[in-house]
Ligand binder design. Structure first.
Ligand code: FAD
Length: 552
């Protein structure tokens, strides 16, 4: 394979040569290192590489260069990672530029010693670039507004599996691949594997098996079974396995959870430029695998019970996993919008959450987002890069009620986001695909029907924990109660009703000894990535204490 390029753009000749030597030393075998001392020279080089269809992985650029360089370079190589070369006293400016121009990181010159000041950042940026989705032979044929097609796209995107989408209505290749076979043409979607095998209307599990994901656990007994893989479950997996617990994590969609749907997490510690949820998921999964966590996905957990005081987890294929301890981290799901016409259009223009798989269809379209909290705001910012106009439909009086200030500022500065306050969706229209929505504007006291192809809904979230009844105690909304929040029994000290041990439940322990709960699904939790990660790590300490106690 042709070696991708790393471009250094630096106006100081001595720094430029030093960095080039340092980069050659570590990356020269895998990448071609090229240099430029001015923005115009760098642009000529980048244009030539574009014409020759050469890959550019990374651009390191002097922070004092005019902003147009960054914009043009980004337009030429959308995938390339970009880092600013700055000086210590200009760091603040670099951080501002990172926010404004979607720069991935910054380095403080002279970046020496390279082992500490250059290579860790470059390693990270290169790993990100190498993990980007590129088409490597998996093709999916379907039509944009088919819910089954949407489900497959969503599954592949969440799992960071590269694929090419071929629309049956638009792509000649799609028609050629299906040939004259009436069965395949009428039974879309079809997944074409790199070796040419066709899967007709496959389930996610069938695709997963073909592309090498692990859908069944290897064993039937583990120290720790983690029910699902959002940030809090993944954190527990990393801490548990790194401390010697034999750990399996079972997830129904893809490791990463709802955080993986976030286009840009800007408040997670240690990532000043922000990082996408998919990036966070990819890094964490790599870390978990390093410590030999067994990740089983896609696989749904359908039941939990205790047998002789030990937890038993049932999977959707009927198999069972036994464990010393179980950690529940099932998160929350978007609340459904209950308006006429909506049910048949879910996946056909109406989507819950920021399904990143749909973003490329929205190029130059007018799209609508329902909701006024952070997730809706992030989605609006993300879609604004592709759509012609993004309209946010917000029931409240102002965005301040539910959105972080940094996001409100970004939205206000973005010219193609329109925020309509005191506005609700009251109906959606279309037979096989979304064609229009009717909204009610309470300020003007008027209804309006607007043509649109895409409606993304972010209206609060609920835990779906009915399947855990009656094993663990839940609150009235279905969030699972732990530790001091558990209802106390009468005349029985601080322990919950039915609790048989001589100790109180630990802080993150449910009403059932040995079953722990972390993240958004926990009653009283802070719905943030960092909070879930903290709980995941903390729960492992309680699990150790539980395992060490004579009485279980
Ligand atoms: C679009 C968006 C943007 C966000 N942005 C930010 C942000 O910028 N900063 C921030 O701090 N927070 C943000 N959040 C909130 C953050 O993502 C959540 O607080 C966090 O993901 C909660 O983690 P969790 O591990 O508790 O659960 P989740 O991330 O919800 O993961 C739960 C997992 O459980 C799986 N699951 C559920 N039931 C089962 C079952 N029975 N069997 C198998 N699997 C199951 C689900 O598939 C899911 O993967 C955002 C959320 C969204 C949706």
């Amino acid at each position: 394979m042709t070696r991708p390029f790393l471009l250094i753009l630096e106006s100081n000749p001595a720094t430029l040569q030093q960095m080039k030597r340092d980069l050659e030393r570590k990356y020269g075998a895998r990448y071609r290192i090229i240099e430029a001392s001015s923005g115009s020279e760098a642009l000529v080089t980048l244009r030539r590489l574009k014409e020759e269809n050469e890959p550019v992985a990374l651009i390191l650029t002097d922070e004092r260069l005019p902003d147009e360089f960054l914009e043009r370079a980004r337009r030429l190589f959308k995938d390339a990672r970009v880092a600013l070369l700055t000086t210590f006293d200009e760091t603040q400016r670099a951080i501002e530029a990172m926010k404004e121009f979607r720069v991935d990181d910054y380095l403080i010159k002279p970046c020496r010693p390279a082992e500490q000041k250059l290579y860790p950042v470059i390693d990270d940026l290169i790993a990100d670039w190498e993990a980007r989705p590129v088409v490597e032979g998996l093709r999916v044929i379907g039509s944009r507004f088919s819910p089954a097609g949407h489900q497959i796209r969503d599954f592949l995107v969440r799992n960071c599996v590269p694929f090419e989408w071929l629309d049956i209505g638009r792509d000649e290749t799609a028609r050629k691949l299906l040939g004259d076979s009436p069965r395949e043409t009428s039974a879309l979607p079809v997944v074409v594997l790199p070796d040419g095998t066709k899967l007709i209307q496959p389930t996610n599990a069938e695709i997963a098996e073909k592309i090498g994901l692990k859908v069944r656990p290897e064993g039937d007994f583990y120290d720790l079974v983690i029910v699902v893989g959002g940030p809090s479950g993944l954190a527990a997996a990393v801490y548990g396995a790194s401390e010697g617990l034999q750990t399996v994590l079972v997830e129904r969609h893809a490791p990463g959870g709802q955080a993986a749907l976030s286009s840009m997490i800007e408040n997670y510690l240690g990532f000043p430029a922000g990082l996408s949820g998919a990036d966070l998921a990819r890094r964490t999964v790599a870390q978990a695998k390093k410590f030999e966590v067994e990740i089983v996905s896609p696989q749904v957990v359908t039941g939990l019970r205790t047998e002789n005081s030990s937890p038993v987890v049932t999977l959707s294929d009927g198999s069972e996993l036994r464990a010393h301890g179980v950690l529940l981290a099932t998160g929350v799901e978007w609340r459904r919008l209950d308006v006429p016409g909506i049910y048949k259009l879910v996946g056909a223009g109406v989507y819950y959450g920021g399904t990143l798989a749909e973003v490329f269809f929205c190029r130059d379209e007018d799209i609508h987002i329902v909701g006024g909290a952070n997730a809706a705001g992030q989605a609006a910012m993300h879609f604004s890069r592709y759509a012609r106009m993004v309209t946010m439909l917000v029931r409240g009086e102002s965005l301040d009620e539910g959105m972080s200030r940094y996001l409100i500022d970004q939205i206000q500065k973005t010219r193609n986001i329109n925020v309509r306050l005191r506005t609700t969706v009251i109906a959606v229209h279309g037979e096989k695909r979304l064609e229009a929505i009717t909204i009610f504007d309470a300020t003007k006291n008027e209804k309006q029907t607007i043509p649109t192809n895409a409606l993304f809904i972010f209206i609060g979230a609920l835990p779906h924990t009915e399947w855990l009844e009656p094993v663990v105690a839940r609150d009235d909304h279905g969030f699972i109660l732990t530790g001091p929040d558990l209802p106390h029994g009468h005349g029985n000290g601080h322990v919950p009703k039915g609790w048989t041990l001589n100790r109180d439940p630990f802080w993150l322990e449910s009403s059932q000894p040995g079953i722990f709960v972390v993240g958004d699904v926990r009653h009283g939790s802070v719905k943030r990535v960092a909070a879930g990660v903290g709980e995941g790590a903390t729960a492992v300490q309680f699990i150790h204490q539980y395992l060490a106690s004579a009485e279980r």
